[in-house]
Design a protein around this ligand. Structure first.
Ligand SMILES: *[C@@H]1O[C@H](CO)[C@@H](O)[C@H](O)[C@H]1NC(C)=O
Ligand SMILES: *[C@@H]1O[C@H](CO)[C@@H](O)[C@H](O)[C@H]1NC(C)=O
Ligand SMILES: *[C@@H]1O[C@H](CO)[C@@H](O)[C@H](O)[C@H]1NC(C)=O
Ligand SMILES: *[C@@H]1O[C@H](CO)[C@@H](O)[C@H](O)[C@H]1NC(C)=O
Ligand SMILES: *[C@@H]1O[C@H](CO)[C@@H](O)[C@H](O)[C@H]1NC(C)=O
Length: 391
């Protein structure tokens, strides 16, 4: 009893502070002060917050992205799909079943469908069969049962525009890393009245919020973005619409590309890297294809990182996760050891992580960002000013 009372006062203070700076959710467009923000760090591999800080909070929600920004993400990552009425949203699965509370809604029970997705028949509640309004009425759940469940049913699905606003409103420059997700399926099921394709809408949205410019250009550094996709056709299609840097994602060795039906071996060949480098600045492979795993031990790495670098392509592997079940035995159940291996031995250029805070701490301890010193003291000053307003 007494402990819960003593916890109450700081909570009220927090409410006051939040309340004091409150503004309506998602004023669009983001009204950040882009000119004077702490810049993106570019001297060490990028910390890409995979679906936000989804190791802690339900994936691809505003809350997961805000947590990732707090924890030091360089980029916040998201999967773009479309609602039935053509609004681009942030959501990973093509079905709502595994990460929302859709099962609770009686009015939607007749929406279950079976569609062929990348050569497999899937039965469930498909995102493309729900309007944005309907999607907004659902709440997102944590994907994995071994992660914190206390936020289940609390947070909404967000739109691509809301996602962009979160990045633009961040207190420092935070990049975005959106994926053109399942373009084959989306273009089959969603038709836009003006005859535009999913990819067109995707690029238009980025343009609307001022995202443009080639990798490391002056404009790009103000609003950094990487566009990613597993579908090479989509990356080639948008190449004359935007010069933003693109990353070609590479799936497991037994999965062919969803659009061109090419094998892993074909798309990682020197011939293909030569071709795709006209369109992309890098590749995003599943990490266990670069360093194969046998009985949970890591084996001799392939030469993919070296070959990609020889083609002047960056390598941003996915996905780094802290939990024991995802850590190969060679890393002594220590995620820092895994980061050390990939950053210092494999020499990769960016990491998709479910635990942005852990990667950030590792990088700050091993290769600190000097820019932070100034910002930390500025932040302390701001807090002091804010606190004095309540004295
Ligand atoms: C999916 O189901 C349809 C209808 O039953 C069938 O025609 C098709 O062959 C199935 N596809 C696969 C990949 O199993
Ligand atoms: C839910 O997740 C399981 C396990 O990953 C997967 O096999 C299943 O297809 C998913 N269900 C739907 C409807 O997507
Ligand atoms: C981009 O190229 C495609 C063909 O490669 C063409 O159909 C399209 O009109 C071009 N778009 C622009 C904006 O130039
Ligand atoms: C994809 O390629 C494989 C191997 O070449 C082939 O067996 C399969 O039929 C192809 N699938 C489609 C949908 O074209
Ligand atoms: C990982 O550990 C296994 C078993 O001890 C060993 O065979 C393997 O070489 C190690 N992998 C690397 C990359 O050192």
């Amino acid at each position: 009893m007494s402990s819960s009372l003593s916890g109450f006062a700081p909570f009220v203070f927090l409410l006051l502070v939040i309340g004091g700076t409150a503004r309506p959710l998602y004023p669009l467009p983001g009204k950040g002060d882009h000119g004077t923000k702490q810049p993106l760090q570019t001297f060490r591999p990028y910390n890409v917050a995979h679906r936000g800080s989804n190791g802690e909070l339900p994936e691809e929600t505003r809350e997961a992205y805000l947590r990732a920004i707090e924890e030091g993400a360089d980029f916040i990552e998201t999967d773009i799909l479309s609602s039935k009425d053509g609004v681009l949203i942030c959501f990973h699965d093509v079905t709502l079943d595994n990460t929302t509370d859709i099962a609770k809604y009686k009015e939607f029970t007749d929406r279950k469908r079976t569609y062929e997705v990348e050569g497999v028949n899937i039965t469930g509640f498909f995102v493309v069969d729900f309007t944005l309004k309907e999607l907004k009425s659902l709440r997102v759940n944590q994907r994995y049962c071994f992660r914190d469940q206390q936020f289940n049913g609390k947070f909404q699905i967000i739109t691509f525009e809301e996602f962009i606003t979160i990045a633009l409103d961040a207190p420092r420059v935070v990049g975005i890393y959106p994926e053109i997700k399942n373009p084959v399926l989306i273009n089959q099921h969603v038709k836009w009245s003006d005859g535009k394709r999913f990819e067109d809408r995707f690029v238009e949205t980025l343009r609307k919020y001022g995202y443009k410019g080639s990798y490391l250009s002056k404009h790009w550094l103000k609003q950094p973005a990487f566009i990613q996709s597993f579908a090479p056709t989509s990356l080639v299609y948008i190449s004359n619409q935007t010069d933003l840097p693109k990353i070609f994602l590479i799936d497991n060795v037994d999965i062919s590309t969803q659009d061109t039906n090419q094998s892993y071996w074909e798309i990682t060949s020197d011939t293909y890297l030569d071709y795709i480098k006209q369109y992309v600045v890098g590749i995003g492979p599943w990490k266990d294809t670069i360093v194969p795993e046998v009985n949970n031990y890591v084996m001799t790495p392939s030469d993919l990182v070296a070959r990609a670098h020889a083609h002047n392509l960056q390598v941003h592997p996915y996905t780094y996760r802290n939990e024991n079940k995802f850590l190969h035995f060679n890393f002594s159940q220590d995620p820092y050891k895994e980061y050390d291996y990939w950053i210092n031995k494999m020499g990769i250029d960016g990491l998709f992580t479910d635990f942005t805070g852990s990667l950030h701490n590792f990088q700050e301890w091993t290769t600190p960002n000097r820019q932070d010193d100034k910002t930390a003291s500025e932040l302390l000053h701001k807090i002091a000013v804010l606190a004095s307003a309540y004295e």
